[in-house]
Design a protein around this ligand. Sequence first.
Ligand SMILES: *Cc1c(COP(=O)(O)O)cnc(C)c1O
Length: 422
Amino acid sequence: MKQGKSGQHVIPATGMSAQNIVTSFDEMSAHDVQWRDGKAFSLAYNAGPEVLAVAEEAYKRFSGANALNTAAFPSLRQMQGEVIEMAGVWLGSPTTAAGYFTSGGTESILMAVKAARDQFRTEASITHPNIVLPTSAHAAFDKAAAYFGVELRRVDVLPNWRADVAAMAERIDKNTILIVGSAPQYPQGVIDDIPALGSLAQRQNINCHVDACMGGVSLAYLSRLGHQIPPWNLQVDGITSISVDLHKFGYTSKGASVIMYANKRLRSYQGFFTDQWLGGVYASSGMLGTKSGGAIAAAWAVMHFLGDDGYLRLTQSARGATEKLANHISGHPHLSLLAQPDALLLSFIANDSQRLNVYAVADEMWKRGWYIDRQEPPQSLHCTVNAIHESVIDAMMVDLDECIAIVLDTDKTGDVGAYGTL
Ligand SMILES: *Cc1c(COP(=O)(O)O)cnc(C)c1O
């Protein structure tokens, strides 16, 4: 690659060949986690090469199409609408519900907070709003609070890692606009008591968002596979909005999530509109202006390609792998689960963290190509298990045990790392 005088990368004087670009990609990604082979237990979701090919073909075809104005792209309007309606079934949406397609869980959460803020500002004159939520709710709520000038009131979870609804009730005051529960929460993979949160919100006459970014697809199918799943979606009284990430267990390309509101009035507070610009009227539903058709088309394509029976099958595969891993850890001499997984996420600690540093275990696993998420508190490892893992989970557990033996032998230590980086 060309470098400028001070070592910075410069645009080539004459264009590179397409073949050389592919070669550069191969070189640059040589040390990336090999998620297509099932090596990632975080960040990537994979239902195998066929599904990936469908998503990539759709993405390619619409990557330059722009959903900023669907008058020019009626295809994208239709696909967004149909994706939202299909996801709406998973989310138990009543006929009054209305949603938007967003770029991901973070945008869905940002928009739920923004809609609640603007609704209560307009309808109840609340100018110093706050949100009450458990410490387990996703960091995207901190981002939303920072972006939109909302106070966040984090409340400790119960010993079983679920939201402490009684303690949350104590923190609600006249400026509270929203409470939050997760189905499931990311860190320990357990589902909050959504009916209790919904009924608390109803009593207080405030909004309640369910973060089903992880569970929105898998919980719908786990119930149908006969698992006992407590109520978690828009069917629960008092739930005013819910988010589901299609780029997670929907197995589509990155940049796809749905935010669904209980009614159109609440959804209307998500939008932005101005006519104070020489460019004319500008309206948009979410954070983005230009919005690639790629992610929309990929979501539409994968959902139609898989169908109900495809998602049922993939959820069964992922749950099988989750249970295998959970049982292995439960019976392990050196590890303990933090909670029995309610869905497809689990986390575990060392029984003796002085003797066994779990981050060092993650380092050893990474040397073998396995990417496992690290978190704290407490010092733990986290696995997001998806369909591709069915074929590799036995090999992963063998490597896990070998890596644990290495760390016990050598007293290695490691660092916590980060869920996201700048
Ligand atoms: C992934 C996730 C988010 C954030 O979604 P992004 O797609 O990463 O922006 C929010 N909540 C939960 C529970 C998640 O797992």
